[in-house]
Design a protein around this ligand. Sequence first.
Ligand SMILES: Nc1ncnc2c1ncn2[C@@H]1O[C@H](COP(=O)(O)OP(=O)(O)OP(=O)(O)O)[C@@H](O)[C@H]1O
Length: 472
Amino acid sequence: MHIDCETVWSDCLRVIKDNVAEQSFNTWFQPIVPLKCADDVLTIQVPSQFFYEWLEEHYVHVLKKAIIAVMGPKARLEYSVIVDRGNSKSSPLSVSLPNRTPSKNYNANSGKDEYISPFQLKSVDSFYQESQLNPNNTFDSYIEGDCNRLARSAGYAVAQKPGVTSFNPLMLYGGVGLGKTHLVQAIGNEIKNNLSDRFVLYVSSEKFTNQFIDALRNNKAQEFQNFYMQVDILIIDDVQFLAGKERTQEIFFHIFNHLHQAGKQIVMTSDCPPRDLKGLQERLLSRFKWGLTADLQQPDYETRVAIIQRKMQSDGIYIPENVIEYLAYSVDTNIRELEGVLISLIAHASLNRVDIDLELAKQTLKNIVHDIETEVGIDYIQKTVAEFFKVEVASLKDKIRKKEIVIARQVAMYFSKEYTNHSLKAIGYHFGGRDHSTVIHAVQSVNDMMDTNASFKASVEELKKKLKMRSV
Ligand SMILES: Nc1ncnc2c1ncn2[C@@H]1O[C@H](COP(=O)(O)OP(=O)(O)OP(=O)(O)O)[C@@H](O)[C@H]1O
């Protein structure tokens, strides 16, 4: 029987959209063209072999979930890979799906997991847990740096002896995209691998809340509570989401107390330290501080390089050194953004069938970050200026008063003021903790010297070009 494949695929896309980040969705799912839908087989066309492999490696679960939800448990997916650009020849590759029946709680209409009754949950245990803990989020794939050392070691210690260390609860906090979920899931995966008899449950606070609301609606609040009280390791992500939700906090409080008293491990994440969590009951906040609280900070340059190298290695992709360096300097906000840029870069190279080089990296970044000039980081400015004046980056941050170093330092401060959105205070901080008046003085000195010294002015102009070049 033939079904309208466009409609089927657009229903699948709706499910997929709920399960992947927006940028990944645009990059990997928008270019797919549905070709045919007949006898439980959906055929989709993908732009290249690489594209197909990437989908299979990274999104096979999402694709499975989508086609099962839309077409039913017998659904299969077939890829048609475009072999030659400009030539419509395609080589179909058949990939069988699925090998597992979906969760009873999966609602094909909404494309979302519905509330899972505690007792049902045990019976669909493996599907449920698998869908919660991403197997790629391990300690092995988690790069350690100054920004996350304490959090990582505490997490690792907890994973070796859950409930036994004094890190109970373990509370990790940090800004968006800094690796909280990855780290807590690494704890979950490690425990599942080493202590297979333990019941590890990862749940976002949002999901916990929604499950509880459904339980209330179905008069099953007690079952809900009983279920959570059986868990050995409860990992609850983004607890700030519980703010203002009095009844959910109440039940969480009881679950927390029960688990803690029974020596079960609790791991939590939040986007800010417990003291800044607004809208949470005092009694919960005080319990959050019982164990260990550790923060995740923005990754430094070396950690960013290591993260890129690690991702490339695990995906079997080669990126030249200068491109890695360029990306690590350019994207210093958070790791998710860095990954987003990498994904786009790989997709661009794959779609256009070109090698990844600096030019492509610049173009990709330009498409993603519109106002790139304001995105130049202080790190990058310091490195470029130090190279130009042939001094060490470290000397820009210490107290050395040698003339050439003072000039390089002032020029770097000048560009930091011109090209970044950082405050004078923040700039001073990046230059060895100097105060804002030193930065004002540096900017004035550079302006004065440019007025009186033509060769100095030429040097600053040349540097300006260098700094701008990276955004072209
Ligand atoms: N130290 C690290 N090493 C390797 N990859 C990392 C590291 N930290 C984060 N990542 C990766 O960066 C991406 C974002 O991380 P994650 O989702 O854990 O952030 P988050 O802090 O939970 O963000 P949010 O606050 O938005 O939930 C993930 O793909 C994760 O694997």
